[in-house]
Design a protein around this ligand. Structure first.
Ligand SMILES: Cc1cc2nc3c(=O)[nH]c(=O)nc-3n(C[C@H](O)[C@H](O)[C@H](O)COP(=O)(O)OP(=O)(O)OC[C@H]3O[C@@H](n4cnc5c(N)ncnc54)[C@H](O)[C@@H]3O)c2cc1C
Length: 495
């Protein structure tokens, strides 16, 4: 028997359909960034969130990488977020490999340690200010689509079920995504770690400022400082895996840490203890017609490298301007296919890199340990390998595929160039394409489809930068005709 009954969404007080808008399912970091971007571009957006208002997500992620900070900078939020946290200037992966983040060519040469709820707080505030509607206590149950739009069946807090309709919908509803399930999409992969123990503790003998990761035999442990005297410990005992619901005691955490790190660093008080499992999975397609998937709904992986929330936020930044352009009719629906083409390989790469870190940390035979030591030595001593490792973990090195014959900068991350008008990531705050010209270059009449700026770093390359901070087009000695063609090809899409 069911107590559910259907109501017409249009008759429900406080609900609205968006025939020319977007429904975002999930108010986690991915959904919040995406909804804010869409609303800032003038698209009507409603976020449907199962949780009741005021019930935040637990603080799961606590590391914000440089590329994510750049994307938040392009929304005017980075400096405020940085003020909430603590900067880690190095990462220690295994005992012998340290990565120096100060080498990063970024305004943010560090890993920011701050709880996930701080990221969500800023993104929600921005989304509300841009006009996003929130429906809390709204659980999406089913998805139907036709040529004209998408309808979602939604159960409200009072148990009634109604429909919400929009031109497009995005499932940003986490690893158990109801949207993904309703689309009938598989989520292939496997469980990597069946029982990770997580603790927020005080340490009498803390490790030096770095993030510490190591594995020995069956034990693996990771420690990161929050910067306020509390430390996040994540550890795993391969020989002692238990179901998620089994209680955790501080003694269990101490024991695993001692075996993995040689010390428990004087673990005293704990304010939070929990147990969870970690899967490595990725959905084969990020788009099914008018419905798209982003964040944990599309990919999950081990927490090593702290990339889950970061990858979800970067998915949202890639999708937002494209979806806004399509909904507003300034780009064809085909632009949305580039979301799959660009972000699916990044998700696959994150699965490989985070899985690689965890497997190397857990190396348990002599051959694997020798391989880990060799790799640590190589990354430590070969600058190109080190740059690659840094670029992968921090997101700074992520580039999107470029068409054959394109300028080598096409698809790459645009650095935060100094401009006559300020900085590039300040110019990106308009949420539009930015045309960057060298000094002295006569730009002709300003094209209203892009923000026009002049670089002051002496570089002679003209760049058309997408709203997500990647290079759409670049040219040496650009002509007025070349610039106009690039703007017509690209910026018509987000003008
Ligand atoms: C212990 C741990 C440590 C981590 N550390 C890091 C780290 O340091 N760095 C990092 O980048 N990542 C880290 N992660 C991963 C990170 O927490 C996730 O990748 C991130 O929360 C994903 O964001 P999301 O918005 O995609 O999904 P979620 O945060 O899961 O949000 C999904 C939202 O959808 C809502 N929802 C679900 N189903 C429905 C439905 N049917 N209808 C309506 N709403 C629904 C949920 O209530 C939720 O609010 C960690 C994860 C864990 C478990």
């Amino acid at each position: 028997m069911t107590t559910e009954h259907r109501t017409d969404a249009a008759r429900r007080p406080g609900t609205a359909d968006h025939p020319a808008g977007v429904l975002v399912v999930g108010a986690g970091p991915t959904g919040l960034l995406l909804a804010g971007d869409l609303a800032a571009a003038g698209v009507p957006v409603t976020v449907l969130e199962r949780r009741a208002p005021g019930h935040g997500n637990l603080s799961r992620a606590f590391g914000v990488h440089a590329r994510t900070l750049e994307l938040l900078d392009a929304r005017g939020l980075a400096d405020e977020l940085v003020a909430t946290g603590h900067r880690l200037r190095g990462l220690r992966l295994f005992r012998r490999l340290s990565l120096d983040l100060t080498e990063l060519p970024s305004r943010f040469p560090y890993l920011l340690i701050t709880p996930q709820y701080e990221v969500e707080r800023l993104l929600e505030r921005r989304a509300r200010a841009a006009g996003v509607r929130f429906e809390h206590g709204a659980e999406v149950l089913a998805v139907h689509q036709d040529d004209g739009g998408v309808s979602l069946d939604v159960r409200a807090a009072d148990g009634t079920v109604g429909t919400r309709r929009a031109a497009y919908a995005v499932g940003a509803d986490g690893h158990r995504s109801a949207v993904r399930t309703a689309l009938g999409l598989p989520f292939p992969g496997r469980s990597v770690i069946r029982s990770i123990v997580l603790a927020d503790v005080r340490l009498a003998e803390p490790p030096p400022g770095l993030l510490t990761v190591n594995g020995t035999g069956d034990a693996f442990a990771f420690i990161a400082p929050f910067g306020d005297g509390w430390y996040r410990v994540m550890c795993w005992d391969r020989a002692g895996e238990r179901p998620d619901g089994d209680p955790v005691g501080l003694d269990e955490v101490r024991d695993i840490a001692r075996r993995a790190l040689g010390t428990d660093h004087g673990m005293g008080e704990a304010r939070w203890l929990s147990r969870f499992h970690s899967d490595e999975r990725q959905v084969p397609v990020y788009r099914a017609g008018r419905v798209l998937l982003a964040g944990d709904a599309a990919h999950v992986h081990s927490p090593a490298g702290g990339q889950g929330m970061n990858t979800g936020l970067q998915d949202a930044a890639n999708l937002g301007w494209k979806l806004a352009a399509v909904v507003r009719g300034s780009a064809s629906d085909a632009l949305l296919d580039s979301y799959q083409a660009e972000r699916h390989p990044v998700g696959a790469m994150v699965l490989r890199s985070s899985g690689g870190i965890i497997r190397l940390a857990m190396a348990h035979n002599a051959l694997q340990r020798a391989l880990r030591d060799l790799l640590s030595l190589a990354v430590g001593h070969l600058p190109p390998l080190r740059r690659r490792a840094l670029g992968t973990i921090t997101g700074i090195g992520i580039a999107y595929p470029a068409p054959r014959g394109a300028h080598p900068l096409t698809g790459r991350r645009a650095p935060d160039l100094p401009l006559r008008e300020g900085r590039l990531y300040e110019a990106l705050r308009a949420g539009r394409f930015v045309l960057v010209s060298p000094e002295g270059d006569v730009d002709g009449a300003a094209d209203p489809r892009a923000v026009h700026v002049t670089r002051t770093d002496g570089g002679r390359t003209t760049l058309l930068v997408r709203p997500d901070g990647h290079v759409a087009w670049a040219a040496e000695g650009a002509t007025a005709g070349g610039r106009a063609a690039a703007l017509a090809a690209w910026a018509g899409t987000a003008g």
